[in-house]
Write a protein that binds this ligand. Structure first.
Ligand SMILES: NC(=O)c1ccc[n+]([C@@H]2O[C@H](COP(=O)([O-])OP(=O)(O)OC[C@H]3O[C@@H](n4cnc5c(N)ncnc54)[C@H](OP(=O)(O)O)[C@@H]3O)[C@@H](O)[C@H]2O)c1
Length: 398
């Protein structure tokens, strides 16, 4: 495997998944460029995101998919081009392909905007099928032009599908605590991944010869679950049974064409993924694909179980005192001036040294038994809390 990290251009970096890809690229040590439209810079939210990119060392290049010259210029800077443009821009990616050819630059890899289901192996119907066929058309153009490629199939984004318990059309930002709609019998297996993990696997793949001209599937075993599995897991976490409404495949297929856009698309995606099992029905053959968690076992991905746990630790969500209020996290002990902080650290040196002595020399935290008369151990008490082990914590810095 090559050790030299490619220079990466992200087109669509201010979008939903694009933000994670830009950040993942910069944080993993790739010299990173983001092509950003002039208009985005004047948008307050996007402007803040762009500033964050700059703080991470990302070079911002102005440009637009419809301005070929800006694409050619941007491509001159890099070895790898990643597109994360949204649905309405999928076909405009043909401009990226021709800009890659025109640039005369040897581009080592192009990752078109995929980041979903495998569009060459799909059981989708209706608007989902139309979306997928555009991505397939872009694939055929990439292959016909001989541009080296990798197609990243991350299946479902957690933020869209797990936070909603597989009801992406609800746009919920945290799982419901009262009721849920189950599609079909709820047993078809899907694959749900956290956005940061998708970025981490993508970054591993860009320079890996094993992924050249291949489809990379992000199918980590703990994240292959049905809608019923996800709902049952959530119910066990909140200690409550949700009211369930079952929508049969027949009813869903009837509802899709009657729904306005984009609801029709979201329902069609639910049909493909959670009724037909679009992400799990086929076998990955070495001739066309590789699986990311097998290729990169050191990437500590977030399991569905761990992801759902985050919603159980937010104290304010169920607290009526915080409704329609801004919650400030300003504990008095943590409010310090710079001078106070410096004085605190230097004045505390003897305390820190004596804590180190008791903990690491005397074994102060381990040298007694917890008796039921005075104590309880948390990981025994709350088995469902997925705590971060030391190995995982240290991996963040590797
Ligand atoms: N697996 C899943 O669960 C899932 C869910 C949603 C999407 N996806 C897939 O993920 C991919 C990205 O979708 P997304 O929802 O993250 O995209 P998005 O949020 O709609 O972002 C689109 C990006 O494209 C940029 N863009 C739009 N028009 C452009 C132009 N003319 N020139 C240059 N840039 C332009 C936007 O820039 P501005 O900021 O300037 O608008 C933005 O950065 C798609 O392939 C989509 O199908 C997957």
């Amino acid at each position: 495997m090559t050790t030299e990290k490619s220079k990466i251009l992200v087109i669509g970096g201010t979008g939903y998944i694009g933000k994670f890809i830009v950040e993942g690229s910069a944080k993993s040590g790739h010299q990173t460029f983001a092509l950003v439209r002039e208009a985005s810079l004047s948008d307050p939210a996007k402007g803040k995101m762009v500033q964050n990119f700059k703080d991470l060392g990302v070079t911002i290049l102005n440009g637009d998919l419809s301005d070929k010259e800006s694409l050619v210029k941007a491509i001159q800077h890099v070895d790898v081009v990643i597109s994360t443009v949204g649905l309405s821009q999928l076909m405009n990616q043909l401009n990226i392909i021709s800009a890659i050819k025109e640039s005369g630059k040897h581009i080592k890899r192009f990752l078109p905007s995929e980041f979903g289901n495998d569009v060459d192996r799909t059981l989708a119907t209706g608007p989902a099928k139309s979306e997928f066929s555009m991505k397939a058309e872009v694939r055929r153009a990439v292959e016909a032009e001989g541009v080296p490629y990798t197609y990243v199939i991350n299946n479902c984004f957690d933020g869209y599908f797990l936070a909603t318990l597989a009801q992406c059309e609800t746009r919920l930002t945290s799982p419901p605590r009262d009721k849920v709609t189950i599609y079909g019998d709820g047993n078809a297996k899907a694959i749900l991944n956290k956005e940061e993990d998708i970025a981490a696997y993508t970054m591993r793949a860009v320079d890996d010869p094993r992924t050249l001209n291949k489809t990379v599937y992000i199918n980590p075993p703990k994240n292959i679950v049905s809608q019923n599995d996800v709902v049952a897991l959530w119910e066990s976490k909140i200690g409550k049974t949700l009211e369930k409404t079952y929508v049969s495949e027949e009813e869903l297929l009837k509802k899709i064409p009657q729904s306005p856009h984009p609801l029709d698309l979201l329902l069609a995606l639910n049909h493909a993924i959670f009724v037909k099992g679009d992400q799990t029905w086929f076998t990955i053959e070495p001739s066309f694909g590789v699986e990311a968690s097998q290729l990169y076992p050191d990437v500590k991905y977030t399991s569905v179980n761990e992801y759902l746990s985050q919603y159980c630790t937010i104290k304010t969500v169920d607290d009526p005192k915080t409704v329609n209020k801004i919650l400030y996290i300003k504990p008095p002990e943590n409010t310090l001036s710079m001078n106070e902080m410096v004085a605190f650290v230097s004045g505390s040196m003897n305390v820190i040294m004596s804590i180190n002595h008791s903990v690491f020399v005397k074994g102060d935290q381990k040298n007694f038994t917890i008796e039921p008369s005075f104590g309880l151990e948390a990981s025994v008490l709350y088995l469902d809390v997925m705590y971060t082990c030391i190995d995982e914590y240290l991996s963040h810095f590797a």
